[in-house]
Design a binder for this molecule. Structure first.
Ligand SMILES: Nc1ncnc2c1ncn2[C@@H]1O[C@H](COP(=O)(O)OP(=O)(O)OP(=O)(O)O)[C@@H](O)[C@H]1O
Ligand SMILES: [Mg+2]
Length: 264
């Protein structure tokens, strides 16, 4: 990645192969995510969407090819990796909030862990993050006192705590009703624009997600089978992509039931 590239491209994968044990999950992956954009990563269950995110955060090293994030190759050394991860806000499906901490304490956690800012500054930053996700008065509540949509927003605020330039979301709408889903999607879009972030959203929720995205990729059968704008996706006549979009059980996408039931 050249210096000029690093300014324009937040994530670049070049001929990447990702293995889990002896099993190749993805291969021949080429992907460029421009800075400032929102990209949807779509594909059937078990196709390797979460695995792709794991390669961006350095949790999984590529078996082949190169993964570059925020202008550098994802490092191997643990200390360098921790430094890179400060720049990546991650929102996982389960929220991952600590149940014995309040919302505010959960959001403060990354600040306390990764900075030595004085308490008053941390409190101030936490209040700003709560405000950013529309939960100004919820700081003293414990996770069990939050609705699913509120808990997701607290997790989002925590992912934003260190002002990461790159946000990755793994199934941010799971378990939410259509209204809460709409709130989360518009929040993701608004934060991306106002904080000048780059966002990558892994999701099954095609119709809720596409309207806020600049680009979409579809993963199936171990590779990227579509890459383009949402409008191009809607217009596709690729049978593989159509099968996924229409949720049809029979078609060119192979269902790896043996592996899935083992994993479940
Ligand atoms: N930690 C792991 N160890 C071994 N195999 C794994 C691991 N994580 C994922 N896999 C395998 O990699 C493949 C892709 O899994 P992945 O979780 O990336 O799929 P996904 O597209 O995120 O699916 P879903 O939509 O259900 O979340 C699956 O076959 C899965 O069994
Ligand atoms: Mg997944």
């Amino acid at each position: 990645m050249t210096a000029a590239d690093a300014i324009d491209i937040a994530v670049r994968l070049t001929d990447v192969r990702l293995d889990r044990g002896a099993h190749t999950v993805l291969s021949g992956i080429d992907l460029e995510v421009p800075r400032g954009s929102i990209t949807a990563v779509l594909g059937p269950s078990g196709s390797g969407k979460s695995t792709l995110l794991a390669a961006l955060t350095g949790e999984l090293a590529p078996a082949a090819g190169t993964v570059e994030v925020l202008g550098q190759r994802v490092p191997h050394r643990q200390r360098d990796l921790l430094e890179l991860r400060k720049g990546i806000g991650v929102l996982l499906q389960g929220n991952g909030l600590l149940t014995d901490l309040t919302a505010a304490e959960n959001i403060a956690l990354p600040l306390r862990t990764h900075t030595d800012l004085p308490r008053a500054v941390v409190d101030r930053l936490v209040a700003m993050k709560l405000h950013a996700v529309g939960l100004r008065t919820a700081g003293t509540l414990y996770p069990r006192e939050l609705s699913g949509g509120m808990a997701r927003r607290v997790a989002l605020a925590r992912a934003l705590a260190l002002d990461p330039p790159l946000m990755v979301y793994d199934e941010p709408l799971t378990g939410l009703d259509p209204i809460a889903s709409g709130v989360i999607m518009s929040l993701i879009a608004r934060l991306n624009a106002t904080l000048h972030l780059t966002s990558i959203i892994v999701t099954h929720h095609v119709h809720e997600t596409l309207p806020v995205c600049d680009r979409a990729i579809v993963i199936a059968n171990g590779r990227i089978v579509f890459s383009g704008t949402p409008a191009e996706l809607e217009a596709t006549d690729d049978p593989l992509v159509l099968q996924f979009l229409r949720g049809e059980p029979d078609g060119p996408i192979a269902f790896d039931t043996a592996v899935r039931s083992e994993a479940a």
